[in-house]
Design a protein around this ligand. Structure first.
Ligand code: LLP
Length: 421
């Protein structure tokens, strides 16, 4: 459920008509709903009621300071994957003890910054990384709390580019080697081994892969305890999928996911962390864009928008489906026609949808891409020197620009010219 609904035929974000924002900000832009972000965070938090837990928002999904502050005020922790994300989380006021550091290639500088600024734990991805964390912590005269990310060799049944839990993927250490790796960790100075981490992929639309993975984690907890390790925290990753089409998809609900967690690991006496990103931010954001041209091609009609693949890369990169809706609803009974919905960038990959049935559009009409809140703005670029598009947030009847559109000068002046030119 989200808070982008039609009122009198006009799409609203909470209580604000979308055309009002478009007129003030210009198109294209991302638009987030505070109420939806809040609702989705609470769904997870409540689903884990009754067990000691922390919901660490995977901020890679959408990392604007305003989004982080909204979630942090509700008690969210953050899952960060880079020094930049760590700095962003801190800038948004998230205390170090609520920040977990994931990511396959943490550099020495990133590790040092997190140890200096405060960190809840590092989710370690390999033995070489473990050794670097040990060395940096020892140099700083501190102790780094760590979990080790295990790769449970489970098929997440999602798009290949976002599946992470099979042994051929680059993530974590093979679960079969866990005892060895934990023994190694216990011998290293500057480390405090506190738990186990697992994350098997993103946009999972079935619970079964989670169940298989979490069962393996519960078994491993017992094994490692028997080996003498104190396992007090389980980080179960993110990945719960969202409905991208409103009709035929019904991924499991956070309540069902929470129940599964309780069933599989609730009895282990561990604090549980989860790292959802997409389910919190995905349906809390839309991309608003405008029709710049209509073009009749050979056997197909194109709608050319002012948004492009650089603004929302998911369709080009993952063949992702996003619902595309007119901001002003078509009159009832209007015939739908198939359109190819494209951006202005000079590659055929700049296609958002092929032969998508839509009510006929006119030049200047506003359209919205739904479910664009996660992995939308954060994956955008300035390809073709198209400025990063603004982000806007609504809260009831209020709205604010939370990242302005840069000017061409802002972009150009970032380049520096060598003295010989
Ligand atoms: N934890 C870890 C260690 C992760 O790698 C990820 C996502 C998450 C949590 C959050 O997963 P979520 O709850 O959002 O599914 N750009 C892709 C998605 C990449 C996901 C990467 N890792 C997309 O647009 O579909």
């Amino acid at each position: 459920m989200d808070h982008f609904v039609y009122q009198n035929g006009v799409l609203h974000a909470e209580d604000v008509p979308v055309p009002e924002i478009a007129a003030a900000v210009g198109t294209p832009f991302y638009l987030y709903s505070t109420a939806t972000l809040t609702r989705h965070f609470r769904l997870f938090d409540e689903a884990l009621d009754g067990i000691d837990h922390l919901v660490c928002y995977a901020m890679k999904a959408a990392s604007n300071q305003a989004i982080l502050k909204t979630l942090a005020a509700l008690g969210a922790g953050m899952d960060v994957v880079s020094g930049g994300e760590y700095a962003r989380a801190k800038a948004a006021g998230v205390p170090g003890e609520r920040i977990v550091f994931s990511g396959v290639g943490k550099t020495e500088d990133e590790i040092r910054a997190a140890l200096t600024g405060g960190i809840r734990q590092f989710n370690v991805e390999s033995e070489p990384e473990m050794e670097v964390i040990s060395r940096v912590a020892t140099e700083l005269g501190t102790v780094a709390p760590i979990t080790v990310r295990v790769n449970p060799d489970v098929d997440a049944k999602t798009h290949a580019k976002i599946a992470t839990g099979k042994s051929e993927n680059k993530f974590g250490i093979p679960i079969s080697r866990a005892r060895e790796v934990y023994a190694h960790a216990a011998r290293l100075p500057g480390l405090e081994v506190i738990g186990i981490d697992v994350h098997i992929g993103s946009q999972l639309t079935e619970l079964e892969p989670f169940r298989l993975a979490y069962r393996k984690v519960a078994e491993l907890t017992e094994t490692l305890r028997a080996d003498g390790h104190e396992i007090t925290r389980l980080d179960l990753g993110g990945g719960l999928g969202i409905p991208y089409t409103r009709s035929n998809e019904a991924p499991p609900l956070p309540t069902e996911y929470g129940q599964l967690i309780k069933d599989e690991v609730g009895h282990m006496g561990c604090e549980v962390e989860i790292e959802p990103g997409r389910l919190i931010a995905g349906n809390a954001g839309i991309l608003v864009t405008q029709v710049v041209y209509l073009k009749n091609g050979e056997g197909r009609d194109f709608v050319i928008l002012d948004a492009a693949m650089n603004d929302l890369i998911r369709p080009a990169m993952y063949e992702a489906y996003h619902d595309i809706v007119p901001v002003v609803e078509a009159a009832p009974g209007v015939d739908m026609q198939p359109f190819d919905i494209v951006g202005p960038v000079c590659e055929s990959g700049d296609t958002f949808a092929r032969q998508r049935p839509l009510a006929p559009l006119e030049l200047g009409d506003l359209v919205a891409f739904r479910s664009a809140g996660a992995y939308g703005a954060v994956m955008s670029s300035e390809y073709n020197t198209r400025p990063l598009i603004p982000e806007v947030m609504v809260n009831g009847d209020r709205w604010a620009v939370i990242r302005p559109r840069p000017t061409f000068d802002d972009i150009i002046n970032r380049d520096t010219i060598p003295e010989w030119l």
